[in-house]
Structures are given as C-alpha cells and as structure tokens.
Design a protein around this ligand. Structure first.
Ligand code: FES
Length: 173
C-alpha cells in the first residue's frame, strides 16, 4: 500500500498543498513510480489518499500524457509530433524511430526496454525533432543521434541488470 510504504513522502507532498485533493497529481506520479503505470490499484489508492471519487482520479490520469494507463518499457519515449515539431521533421523522425525499434505506435520492444508514442507540444518547439524519455528531454535529434542514445540506454540497462545479479549473488554468498 502506498500509504504505508511512502508515509513520509506522502506527508511531505500533502504539506505543500492546501487540500488533500490538490495533491492528486504528485500522488499519481508516486503511484506510477510504484506500479510502473497508473493501473486500477493506483487509482483506488490515490482516490482514498485524496478523499476523491476514483472516477475523478481516473479522469485526471486519463487527461495528461505524463501518466500511462498501461505497462510501458524501461525507457518511455514520447516524441512530440505537434505542428511546430512536424514542420521540423518530427513525423519522419517518429516513423523512423518506430521502424528502427520494430514497434507500432504505443508499442513496446520485445525486450521490454523501449515504448514509443507520440504526444502533443512539450514546449521545446525550437529544438525539434525532440522527445521526452522518462521526463528527460532529448533535443535536436536525428536518427544517427537517436541510434547512439538507444545503444547507450541498452548498455545502461544491461549494466544495471548485471549489477543487480552481482548484488544478489553477494547476498546469497
Ligand atoms: S510542438 Fe513539439 S515541442 Fe512544441
């Protein structure tokens, strides 16, 4: 349960807002961190924490593209294809990125590492093509740069995995 596991963090979030319901968005972020996406369990728990109806929480989670309502890859790539970015080649970049990773819109690679989807304006219109990876911006992209970033993320994920294996082997020894 979020309430027990993150009691101190939740208190800290509530302390910044005048009412419990105004803390719904940071609590949805916390729930997304915990569950990997905003699932039914997350909605129910956030609704209880904020004294809100689950339907209201669901409508907020559904409105904002920063909340995912389905499982996604370790690297969540949100490409802006809104008008200003489209004029700087974002549509072509988005299409080539999906082809490179072998996924459809909103799809996740078989290794579970990358999810690709398009979103509306992320307020970096002059730096297109651009995307947001787990809320971090990658700007002025082309496919060469993107392929290098993808390889770096693959290496990072592999290093984390092998580090976790070593830690687990040490614990067992
Ligand atoms: S239109 Fe893409 S960041 Fe604004």
């Amino acid at each position: 349960m979020l309430a027990e596991k993150y009691a101190a963090r939740i208190d800290q979030i509530f302390s910044k807002y005048p009412t419990k319901r105004s803390a719904v968005m940071p609590l949805l972020h916390l729930a997304q961190e915990e569950f990997g996406y905003v699932n039914e369990e997350a909605i129910q728990q956030v609704a209880v924490l904020c004294d809100m109806d689950p339907t209201q929480v669901q409508s907020i989670a559904g409105f904002y593209t920063m909340y995912s309502e389905r499982p996604k890859g370790k690297y969540w790539l949100q490409v802006c294809t809104d008008l200003a970015c489209a004029l700087r080649g974002a549509d072509k970049f988005h299409k080539e990125l999906k082809e490179h990773l072998g996924v459809e819109e909103g799809g996740t690679t078989e290794d579970g590492l990358f999810t690709v989807e398009h979103v509306m304006c992320l307020a970096a219109c002059d730096k297109a093509p651009m995307l947001q990876c787990n809320f971090h911006f990658e700007e002025n992209l082309d496919m060469d740069k993107m392929k290098a970033r993808i390889e770096a993320w693959r290496a990072e994920a592999a290093a984390e995995k092998s580090g976790a294996k070593k830690a687990s082997a040490k614990t067992k020894a």
